[in-house]
Write a protein that binds this ligand. Sequence first.
Ligand SMILES: CC(C)(COP(=O)(O)OP(=O)(O)OC[C@H]1O[C@@H](n2cnc3c(N)ncnc32)[C@H](O)[C@@H]1OP(=O)(O)O)[C@@H](O)C(=O)NCCC(=O)NCCS
Length: 153
Amino acid sequence: MKSTEVTSCCEIVELGLESLNELRALEQTCFDYSWSEEQFRLGLERRAFYIFGYVLEGLLVGYLAYSRVLDEMEVLNLGVHPDFRRKGIARELMQALIKQSKETEVRKGLLDVKRSNFPAIALYESLGFRQVGVRKKYYPDTKEDALLYDLEI
Ligand SMILES: CC(C)(COP(=O)(O)OP(=O)(O)OC[C@H]1O[C@@H](n2cnc3c(N)ncnc32)[C@H](O)[C@@H]1OP(=O)(O)O)[C@@H](O)C(=O)NCCC(=O)NCCS
């Protein structure tokens, strides 16, 4: 793991293939419909996406997967272990990504979120993301609409 930010008890680190098992386990606790090990492996190997992990006293409790193409980044997945929610972990992960984006001249952030996911929507809107569209019945698991958001960085 490469450290990008360190405090006394926790750190946000960039995760690689060595963290696959931990990532998969965390993902399965966060989502009913989760990425397979193969999806994680290929994405990381091909650098199709990058992952920040939030490590608390040695335990991976949150992660954020994002991609970057030219001056745009996209939030692909964000999850925090149910025992560690409402402690500001997702906000810190998102802020780390926005800070890195500013430092690397990324100009725009994109994401999609299920219409019913009020916690995530509240987080994204509090960070300045604004809704720019809807994709009807977008998600294969629930056929729910996706709300599309962007952020000018
Ligand atoms: C969405 C999720 C990542 C939030 O993680 P978290 O670490 O608990 O979030 P934070 O503590 O950083 O909260 C940040 C803000 O999000 C919003 N929020 C988070 N959980 C909320 C909830 N249960 N109800 C309402 N708002 C909520 C609030 O605006 C909160 O700010 P506040 O605490 O100042 O009010 C987490 O609930 C999760 O993993 N959910 C399952 C996976 C998921 O849906 N991921 C998003 C996919 S798009």
